[in-house]
Write a protein that binds this ligand. Structure first.
Ligand code: IMP
Length: 498
């Protein structure tokens, strides 16, 4: 007979945290959110520690090099999506590793033959107001000029004007030569009263922009996550099919950690993949695995050698796996069980394997709950998809700005490997949807608010570290009536938009 578990599996909204004693020394500015990313032995420390306990999801609509740079600057890590060619993925990794603080690759580019209307559309869809004009419209093409809001006036007649007739062309611009330092670039910016300095190579190809506003930002970035060579840390998603080609290319590009991306990770395919990586790249790259939702799945991947294990099946915002296949588990219950298994494994073997709560975070307080329940860090898709730095289009729908966000198992992403059960089965069905999420602005600004809330809750619990939160938090189940009580209720909320 099948094993029936009668305990209900639960999700984050069904729990709350009970405050502990807050001492006078326990203030948000003293909270340290450092947390291990990869396996370590008792008495040692993890080779990679996050300064902010967040990683961005292995998804086309979330994690490209732009997101990876922005997140690593704030102390987290992106896992660049694997549902693209090996070369393209390795190029993205390379761009993150080559990123020099303050030097930004141009993300909105156009050719001289396009029109002002195209400029406006590009500005709308990318959110960037400084547009690079290159011969072929690519970010590193031959640099011809620049367009910003001060170069055009919008009227009915001007929309069809050619870019070449409105741009500020290269001969009139101050530029920096590739190899210039940030301080030198900044000196030119001040000397010429510029907002943006294009940096070009000796063949006149556009390499970077240096923005005046970024200089001050950079000076503030004490959370930046850097490797031993002072380059930003970056991860990448892999699958259990082409890892023998993909992993070498990613390692060559400088990736710090890879993660097998699968909706159901309790499989021999994952064990074979982990073991191949350990055999060929031991000490060179760490490998995460998943996703699992119980002790058995965790132990299987732990013993296979996984450096971190992702938890979560069916809870993602764009996920329809539970509807399609009937597999999954409430995310809170899954984390609680796997965290207990991790602690037991640590006791027994002296090896600590960090666990990642993947998917289903809706409110900021869910993050604190997931950490208190034992997650070491959180993977999020929807949260990051809303920001300027995600790779998708920003659109105006009705009177609201939104960003596109689609699942890896949707027809749009066509990442069938993530859902592959092996063999020659070519049956493909969707496990994800294509959607919009409300646009929320810059990653940095949002992260500040979110981490501010987590730190504040940690102080309410009387703790200053994630390890203490995991050990000391008191969590309670709540009834559905208490959930209603948790929001504003029995009042007429004022419409603050008017
Ligand atoms: P979110 O943070 O709730 O949006 O969930 C993101 C997570 O959903 C990802 O990290 C994946 O684990 C998972 N995911 C991504 N694409 C799909 C899909 O198409 N179907 C099911 N799950 C998905």
């Amino acid at each position: 007979m099948a094993k029936i578990i009668n305990e209900v599996s639960r999700t984050f909204t069904e729990y709350l945290i009970i405050p502990g004693l807050t001492t006078v020394d326990c203030t948000p500015d003293k909270v340290d959110m450092i947390t291990p990313l990869v396996r370590f032995k008792k008495g040692e420390s993890s080779k990679i520690n996050l300064k902010t306990p967040f990683v961005s999801a292995i998804m086309q609509s979330v994690s490209d090099d732009g997101m990876a740079i922005a997140l690593a600057k704030e102390g987290g890590v992106s896992f660049i999506y694997g549902s693209q060619s090996i070369e393209q993925q390795a190029d993205m990794v390379r761009r993150v590793k080559k990123h020099k603080a303050g030097f930004v690759e141009s993300r909105a580019n156009i050719t001289p033959e396009q029109t002002l209307e195209d400029v406006l559309n590009l500005k709308e869809s990318t959110g960037f107001s400084t547009i690079g004009v290159t011969e072929d419209g690519s970010p590193n093409g031959k640099f011809l000029g620049i367009i910003t809001g001060r170069d055009y006036r919008i009227s009915k007649d001007s929309l069809s004007k050619k870019v070449k007739d409105i741009m500020r062309p290269l001969p009139e611009l101050a530029v920096g030569e590739l190899g210039i330092s940030l301080t030198e670039a900044n000196d030119i910016i001040w000397e010429h009263k510029l907002n943006t300095l294009p940096v070009i190579d000796k063949d006149q190809n556009l390499k970077y922009f240096v923005f005046r506003k970024d200089y001050d930002n950079h000076k503030e970035n004490h959370n930046e996550l850097l490797d031993d060579h002072k380059r930003l840390v970056v991860g990448a998603g892999i699958n259990t099919r082409d890892y023998e080609e993909r992993v070498p290319a990613l390692v060559d590009a400088g990736v710090d950690t890879v993660c097998i991306d699968s909706s159901d990770g309790f499989s021999e395919w994952q064990k074979i993949t982990i073991q191949w990586i350990k055999e060929h790249y031991k000490g060179k790259v760490s490998v995460g695995a998943g996703n699992v939702v119980d002790k058995a799945g965790f132990l299987y991947l732990a013993e296979a050698g996984a450096d971190f294990i992702k938890v979560g099946v069916g809870g993602g915002s764009i996920c329809i796996t539970r509807e399609q296949k009937g597999i999954g588990r409430g995310q809170a219950t899954a984390i609680i069980e796997v965290a207990a298994a991790r602690d037991e494994y640590f006791e027994k073997t002296g090896e600590y394997i960090p666990i990642c709560s993947d998917g289903g975070i809706v409110q900021d307080y869910h993050m604190t709950l997931a950490l208190s329940m034992g997650a070491d860090f959180l993977m999020m898709g929807r949260y990051f998809a809303r920001f300027d730095e995600s790779p998708t289009r920003k659109l105006l729908i009705g009177s609201n700005y939104v960003k596109e966000y689609w699942g890896e198992g949707s027809n749009r992403a066509r990442n069938w490997q993530r859902y592959d059960m092996g063999g020659n089965n070519s049956l493909k069905f969707e496990e994800g949807v294509d959607s919009y999420v409300p646009y929320a602005g810059k990653l940095k600004d949002n992260l500040e608010i979110t981490t501010g809330k987590i730190k504040s809750t940690m102080c309410s619990c009387g703790v200053l570290t994630i390890a203490q939160l995991q050990a000391e938090a008191k969590i309670t189940l709540v009834s559905s009536t208490s959930i209603v009580e948790g929001g504003a209720h029995d009042v007429i909320v004022k419409d603050t938009k008017n």
